[in-house]
Write a protein that binds this ligand. Structure first.
Ligand SMILES: NC(=O)c1ccc[n+]([C@@H]2O[C@H](COP(=O)([O-])OP(=O)(O)OC[C@H]3O[C@@H](n4cnc5c(N)ncnc54)[C@H](OP(=O)(O)O)[C@@H]3O)[C@@H](O)[C@H]2O)c1
Length: 272
C-alpha cells in the first residue's frame, strides 16, 4: 500500500538541545506550524525556539524542559504536550539518547538505569501515548533514532547497543502494525556522527571513526521518512557493516566488535 504524503503541522522533537535533535528542529521548522522541543537544557532550546520563530513567520515553538531518564517522564511529557489544547501530533521524533563506553562494572547501576529509561522506556512510552493520534490521520508518524550499533551486540558498549537493538526492533514491528492506517515509522540508524554524543559516552576507541556530519544524517533520515522507508542506516560503509554483522556468525561478530570496541583507558566518573 502506498503511503499518503507526510504531515508535519505539529512535530515533537526529543533531545532538541543538541546534535541531531537540534538539526531535526531546524530542518522541520519550515514545514511545521507548531514545534514542541524537549530536553533538559532549557536555555539552549529557548534560544533555538526564538531563532526559528524569527526565521519562519507563523511557526510557534514550545519548549518543555524535562529529564526523560526519570521514571514516568514519558507520560508526563505526553500530558504536557497536550496541555492548552495543542493540536494532535503529526510527527514524533524519538531522538533523545545517550551512550556509555566501557566495561559493565565501570559505570554505576544508576547510569545504566537512566540509559534504559531514556533510550528504551521513554521512546516506547511516547509511541504508546501518541499511538492513537498517529494512526488517526494518514500521513502522521514517528522517526525513532536507533543506531548502527543496534545491528549486533557490542562488547564495551553492551547496554547501549542493546537499547538500540530494542528500538530498531520495536520501530520495525510497529511500522508493520500501523501500515494499514497510512502511518509512517522510520528506524533511523546513524553510524558514528559528529555531535556531543561521543563526549557524553566517553568514547575511547578507534572503532567509531570517521564521523559523519549531523546534517547529512538528518537530511538522509528525513528523505527516507518521506519515501516511507522503515529503516535507514546512514552511509554506505555503515550499511555494509550492518548487513555483514547481521549475517556473520555471532562468535566472529563478537570477536571483531570486542577487539575494536575495547576501551584504551579507564572512563571518568560519569556526569548526568
Ligand atoms: N552521534 C552518534 O555518533 C550517534 C550514532 C548513532 C545513534 N545516535 C543516537 O542519536 C540520538 C541523538 O544523539 P546525538 O548524537 O545528537 O547526541 P547529543 O548531541 O549528545 O544529543 C543528545 C540529546 O539528547 C538529550 N538528552 C540526553 N539526556 C537526556 C535526558 N536525561 N532527558 C532528556 N533529554 C536528554 C540531550 O539534551 P540535554 O542534555 O539538554 O538533556 C541532547 O539534546 C541518540 O539517541 C543517539 O543514541 C548517535
Amino acid at each position: 500500500m502506498s503511503l499518503p504524503p507526510p504531515r508535519y503541522d505539529h512535530t515533537l522533537v526529543t533531545g532538541a538541545s543538541a546534535g541531531l535533535g537540534r538539526l531535526f528542529a531546524e530542518r522541520l521548522a519550515p514545514r511545521a506550524r507548531r514545534l514542541t522541543l524537549t530536553a533538559r537544557r532549557e536555555g539552549r532550546m529557548l534560544e533555538l525556539a526564538a531563532a526559528l520563530e524569527a526565521r519562519h513567520p507563523g511557526l510557534r515553538c514550545r519548549v518543555i524542559a524535562l529529564d526523560l531518564a526519570q521514571p514516568g517522564a514519558g507520560t508526563r511529557l505526553a500530558a504536557a504536550v497536550r496541555e492548552g489544547g495543542a493540536p494532535p501530533l503529526d510527527l514524533l521524533v524519538n531522538n533523545a539518547g545517550f551512550g556509555r563506553h566501557g566495561a559493565f562494572e565501570q559505570f554505576s547501576w544508576e547510569d545504566w538505569r537512566r540509559m534504559l529509561e531514556l533510550n528504551v522506556i521513554a521512546p516506547t512510552g511516547l509511541l504508546h501515548a501518541f499511538w492513537d493520534d498517529l494512526r488517526a490521520v494518514p500521513g502522521r508518524g514517528a522517526i525513532n533514532v536507533a543506531s548502527a550499533a543496534g545491528f549486533q551486540p557490542v562488547p564495551w558498549f553492551a547496554v547501549y547497543s542493546a537499547t538500540k537493538a530494542y528500538l530498531r526492533s520495536v520501530s520495525n514491528a510497529l511500522a508493520c502494525e500501523a501500515q494499514g492506517h497510512g502511518t509512517r515509522l522510520l528506524s533511523l540508524c546513524p553510524g558514528s556522527t559528529e555531535t556531543e554524543f561521543h563526549g557524553v559516552a566517553q568514547l575511547d576507541t578507534v572503532f567509531l571513526k570517521p564521523k559523519m556530519g549531523a546534517a547529512r544524517v538528518v537530511d538522509e533520515g528525513l528523505a527516507a521518512y518521506e519515501k516511507g522507508k522503515r529503516e535507514l542506516v546512514t552511509g554506505l560503509r555503515n550499511r555494509i557493516v550492518a548487513v555483514a554483522a547481521a549475517r556473520a556468525p555471532l562468535p566472529l561478530v563478537l570477536a571483531l566488535a570486542g577487539r575494536y570496541g575495547r576501551r584504551r583507558s579507564p572512563p571518568q566518573a560519569a556526569g548526568p
